[in-house]
Design a protein around this ligand. Structure first.
Ligand code: PGA
Length: 263
């Protein structure tokens, strides 16, 4: 069972970065690199997940790029629709402003902002019902890996959302496997370990939905140009969710190029 025919996705997760001037320069440089040497849309989906305040500006900037680049929200409210919910940004508002993709369940949301599985499920349900594509993040901690629980934890996280994803909505799901111990640490899972977990995730997804065979499963955690080619060579790694290295136009471009050329 392998997902090697899936078009790869490379998505930059800017997290709570960068300041406005730096974001402008980053996008300008990235678009320039694409102008010099395009990465075909059919070879790799590319997306950028800026801070909520920058979504519209980034979207307008990306509309000027030589190819389609997705604008991705980093999170969404657990509350649907519109109403008296100070500080919240709903799936319907994202959709209305033209944002079609959203990250949900990033480990920083789970760990720092107490996004428990039931909250994540509300977010996933709202996003899917609003017609968004969800990049659903899963991953184990170092402690869980060292105690041999990694697979069980990750498969449970996959099963968690099955309660709210309707049969035909699985095509709106992309999975990002991000071992927590590899995020922002410079440590990457070995391609063998990452591939083994991705294959398990695909197997788990396929038991839930026939679309599991076609679900893009991205790897995240210290992806950089130096390790992108070997990660891209793994049959069940269908792209990357890139944090730190996405804040540098050249690094991000090289990662997208690695996936486009290797897949
Ligand atoms: P990193 O972050 O590439 O900086 O490790 C990845 C992520 O958290 O999405």
């Amino acid at each position: 069972m392998s997902g090697s025919t899936i078009t790869p996705w490379v998505v930059g997760n800017w997290k709570m970065n960068p300041l406005q001037a730096d974001a402008g320069a980053l996008l300008k440089n990235f678009k320039q690199l694409l102008n010099e040497q395009n990465i075909a849309e059919a070879a790799c989906h590319i997306g950028v997940a800026p801070t909520a305040i920058a979504l519209t500006t980034v979207q307008n900037e990306l509309a000027q790029a030589s190819r389609h680049i997705m604008t991705v929200a980093q999170d969404v409210s657990r509350v649907a629709g519109t109403g008296a919910y100070t500080g919240e940004l709903s799936a319907e508002l994202l959709k209305d402003y033209g944002v079609e993709f959203v990250l949900i369940g990033h480990s920083e949301r789970r760990e720092i902002f107490a996004d428990q599985p039931h909250i994540i499920n509300e977010k996933v349900k709202n996003a899917l019902n609003a017609g968004l594509t969800v990049i659903y993040c899963v991953g184990e901690s170092l402690e869980q890996r060292e105690s041999g629980q990694a697979e069980q934890v990750v498969l449970q996280q996959i099963c968690d959302i099955a309660a709210v994803v309707q049969a035909e909505q699985w095509k709106q799901i992309v999975v990002a496997y991000e071992p927590i111990w590899a995020i922002g640490t410079g440590k990457t899972a070995s391609p063998e370990d990452a591939q083994a977990m991705h294959a398990k995730i695909r197997e788990g997804l396929s038991q839930i939905t026939p679309m599991g065979l076609h679900t893009a499963i991205l790897y995240g955690g210290s992806v950089k140009p130096e390790n992108a080619v070997e990660l891209a060579a793994c049959p069940d790694i269908n792209g990357a969710l890139v944090g730190g290295a996405s804040l540098n136009a050249e690094s991000f471009y090289k990662i997208a190029q690695a996936f486009a050329n290797t897949k």
